[in-house]
Every structure is written in structure tokens, then in C-alpha cells.
Design a binder for this molecule. Structure first.
Ligand code: BTN
Length: 251
């Protein structure tokens, strides 16, 4: 059921590569690179992509529902990454809305284990496509941790020192993505909501949101059926948040 699967030594970005391909690209095409010279993160950030250590994968998925129906897709991808880790016997990762996969060595602040970038194109209500980019840390060096500019974690830490074999992780991720994206196509975010709730790092935590509308404080109250963050405001009102940067406030 896969479209195509390509493994490159170096690309600027696996997501940019799929973006350039255009309409002839088969559905569920996947591109991996050993290293990226211009790996992209959310909000225009750079994604460090040295060779030999980590995984850089992008996948093109077409939908005929229009991207209005895809609001929960990036959360579902987070769940798919967790399913991948579970299939490899690795527990202990959590999800930070909208789509960060975090984990921590015992007693440490959670850091980013995987980053997810979902880019949509096409029609609001009609044919559209998602390019889903996933960067998964298997083994970080001290230099990489320093350069990351934010707390980071890797599978080696979660697995007690040695990361699982990279090809096994790639195969597990590709399988979970293909199955999970078919499931999302049939059932939407509803099929992922319970798993998301089990690993929701922001639930019942004191949060600070920043975005176009300024800053807002509240308590995380889960996510709704479309994947929007629910924030309980100091006056008890629940607000739906479609997009923001979220930090957990210290108690
Ligand atoms: C984030 O900011 O957390 C998202 C990072 C996404 C990185 C991945 S690596 C594979 C794919 N290619 C890119 O250029 N970015 C994504």
C-alpha cells in the first residue's frame, strides 16, 4: 500500500524534496535522507540533521476531504510516533500539543525526542495533500544537544544506553505511518483521541500560551475532537486554541 520509498544520502530537506515533486507523486510516497543540509522545523526554525545518528523522514499523503478536515492530523502523527516506539518496546515518551514528542532521562526536564512538521496544500474542501516530516533522535552528541537550543532527548537514553537498530526503527515508523494514515483517512482524529489523552503532557498543567493574540495563562484541559487545545481560563471558562506556542509554567 506504500507509494514509493526512497533513501537518499543527502537532501536539502526530505519535506522540500516531496514538495517539489508535484502531482505525479504516488500517494503514501516516503523519502528518507541520511543527512539534510537545510532541515526545516516549525515556525521557520532549522532542524539539525547530521549523518549517522538520527532519522529524517517525510511522507506525502493525499486526502479528498479538503484540509478543513485535517485539523487533528499533526496530533495523530504524534500518536503514530508513540505507537512506533511501543512496537519497539520503548515506553516513557509523551505528547506536547500540537505535535512534539518529548521524553526525559529520570529526574531531568523533558526534551524533544521527535519533531513533526505537517505542511498542507490544495483545497480547503476538495483534493489536498499533506507532506508530513518527522525527525526522530536516536543518539545525540553533547555538541548536538548544545546546538539544539532547547532541551532534547534521544532513544538511546530511553532504551538505557544503546539505541535500537536504526533500520528497525525506520521500518517500524514506515509501517506505523502507512497504517495510521489509512486509519486517519477513514476515521479522523477520533481514532487517536484516547491514545493522545493517555500521553498528554499538558493536561492539568499550568500553561502559558503565546501567539498572535498575545499571552494567555490557563490550565490544560485536553484537546477537542478536532485536535484543538482546550484551555481552562482563570474564570473557569474553557477556550479552544487552534494555534499557539505553549510553555508549562512552574508551579
Ligand atoms: C519541529 O520543529 O519540531 C519539526 C521538525 C521536523 C523535522 C523533520 S526532519 C524530516 C523532515 N524534513 C525537514 O526538513 N523537516 C522534517
Amino acid at each position: 500500500r506504500l507509494g514509493t520509498l526512497e533513501v537518499h544520502w543527502e537532501l536539502d530537506s526530505t519535506s522540500s524534496e516531496l514538495q517539489r515533486r508535484g502531482t505525479a507523486t504516488p500517494d503514501l510516497s516516503m523519502v528518507l535522507a541520511e543527512t539534510q543540509s537545510a532541515g526545516r522545523g516549525r515556525r521557520g526554525r532549522h532542524w539539525l540533521s547530521p549523518p549517522g545518528l538520527n532519522l529524517y523522514l517525510s511522507c506525502l499523503k493525499r486526502f479528498d476531504t479538503g484540509f478543513a478536515a485535517l485539523s487533528g492530523l499533526s496530533l495523530a502523527i504524534g500518536v503514530i510516533v508513540l505507537r512506533t516506539l511501543e512496537s519497539l518496546g520503548i515506553a516513557g515518551a509523551s505528547l506536547k500539543w500540537p505535535n512534539d514528542v518529548l521524553a526525559a532521562a529520570s529526574g531531568q526536564t523533558p526534551g524533544k525526542l521527535a519533531g513533526i512538521l505537517v505542511e498542507l496544500s490544495g483545497e480547503y474542501q476538495g483534493p489536498c495533500a499533506a507532506v508530513i516530516g518527522i525527525g526522530l533522535n536516536l543518539r545525540l552528541t553533547d555538541v548536538l544537544r548544545e546546538q539544539a537550543g532547547q532541551p532534547a532527548c534521544d532513544l538511546a537514553t530511553l532504551a538505557g544506553g544503546t539505541p535500537p537498530d536504526r533500520n528497525r526503527v525506520a521500518a517500524a515508523l514506515i509501517t506505523a505511518l502507512a497504517e495510521g494514515l489509512h486509519q486517519f483517512e477513514r476515521e479522523g482524529f477520533a481514532a487517536f483521541a484516547d491514545e493522545y489523552a493517555c500521553h498528554d503532557l499538558l493536561r492539568d498543567r499550568a500553561l502559558r500560551l503565546s501567539g498572535a493574540g498575545g499571552e494567555r495563562d490557563g490550565i490544560g484541559a485536553g484537546v477537542d475532537s478536532r485536535g484543538a487545545l482546550l484551555l481552562r481560563l482563570p474564570n473557569g471558562e474553557i477556550q479552544r486554541i487552534d494555534s499557539a506556542d505553549v510553555t508549562v509554567r512552574r508551579a
